[in-house]
Write a protein that binds this ligand. Structure first.
Ligand code: UDP
Ligand code: MN
Length: 355
């Protein structure tokens, strides 16, 4: 090689190399932002490990388009439709009671968005006997006219009752192992919900609700319940002082709540929201549950305790009144104008694998 040529080559290299380097940095910068912005978020459980979960951005939740043709009653700004109950939390999340919303208006906003809702229900061991009523009444009341996919987790797939479902609605049976401790069945739900979202639901469903199987629908449960993170107020404690809430009270537990803390006591038997929010909740509760287990602690009400701890810090963006999970053995209080979903009376000794 001549001296001139050698000079030319090393000059070319000196120019091309930094340009290539710059292009590489630019590419990785753009890709990282594109991926985070378009596809999702980093989910970091409490133990510091990290798992990447991709979710399509849900735009429609922030943009409510009403039909120009619908006529409805003028909403008042000075006269509340419910004056006997509180309809907003101190962090300005709506509390949903009958009479506070217009179902036709809400449905007309959400129907064109073609939203889809997943529902999970666990029926392990003898609890399969509740499935029939649960599934049949869900057809009559739960998001009627919307795309619904029910996931039944069971160790007895043969006992899953065949229900006739309306078009756009479907059911999938997910086989899970049985257990001889009800506490374990109850606790394992968070892990299975987390896995379901990661493996089956992301980018296919918008919202998810996780419900107890030993219950029936009696009234509408629909678009009024949609929100990023949705909690249901437990029917048993909503008139009580928070010091009486059955939170986990041992400071060694990750579910610990101090006596002078707490908003409302929420149900473990019904919660939901956007996929990414429920994924974060399930992941956190599961991680904390496992951290407790390592120390030999099981929270007072298993995952309900962890859920309550989570919701104390991560405030729900919509709160559902006890209309959304009553208990059949409880007489109806006057402020509860409609019971939408209610736990049936059951004999624990008959149906649980242990007492
Ligand atoms: N569960 C189950 N099999 C069991 C115990 C519990 O499938 O042996 C599931 C079922 O979905 C049930 C939920 O865990 O609805 C919570 O348990 P349970 O309803 O007995 O609790 P409770 O509502 O009485 O507090
Ligand atoms: Mn129950």
């Amino acid at each position: 090689m001549s001296f001139k040529m050698h000079l030319l080559t090393s000059r070319t290299v000196a120019v091309i190399l930094p340009v290539l380097l710059l292009l590489g940095m630019l590419y990785s910068y753009i890709w990282r932002h594109y991926r985070d912005g378009i596809f999702g978020q980093e989910v970091r459980p409490a133990d510091g490990s990290s798992s990447r979960v991709d979710f399509t951005i849900v735009n429609h939740w922030f943009h409510l388009v009403a039909s120009d043709y619908l006529e409805y009653q003028q909403p008042s700004i000075v006269q509340g439709s419910r004056t006997d109950v509180v309809t907003v939390t101190p962090w300005l999340a709506p509390i949903v009671w009958e009479g506070t919303y217009n179902p036709e208006l809400l449905d007309s906003i959400y129907r064109p968005q073609n939203i889809s809702i997943a529902a999970t229900v666990f029926a392990v061991g003898k609890y399969t006997k509740f499935l029939r009523d649960f599934l049949e009444t869900a057809e009559q009341h739960f998001f009627v006219g919307f795309k619904v996919h029910v996931y039944v987790f069971t160790d007895r797939p043969k006992e899953v009752h065949q229900v006739k479902m309306a078009s756009g609605r479907q059911l999938t049976v997910v086989p899970v192992p049985g257990s001889n401790r009800w506490q374990e069945i109850s606790a394992r739900r968070m892990e299975l919900i987390q896995t379901l979202i990661e493996e089956k639901l992301q980018n296919h469903m918008d919202y998810i609700f996780c419900l107890d199987v030993d219950s029936k629908f009696h009234g509408r449960w629909g678009t009024e319940s949609l929100g990023a993170l949705v909690a249901v107020i437990h029917p048993g404690y909503y008139r009580d002082d928070r010091s009486k809430f059955p939170y986990e009270r041992r400071p060694e537990s990750t579910a610990y709540v101090a006596p002078r803390k707490g908003d409302f006591y929420y149900c473990g038997g019904a919660f939901g929201g956007l996929l990414q929010e429920v994924h974060r909740l399930a992941n956190t509760c599961r991680t904390n549950f496992e951290a407790d287990a390592k120390k030999g602690i099981e929270a007072a009400w298993q995952e309900e305790s962890h859920l309550n701890r989570y919701m104390l810090i991560n405030k729900p963006t919509k709160v559902l009144s006890p209309e959304y999970l009553w208990q059949d053995f409880k007489p109806r209080n006057p402020e509860v104008r409609i019971i939408r979903f209610s736990g049936v009376i059951k004999n624990y000794a008959d149906i649980r694998p242990n007492v």
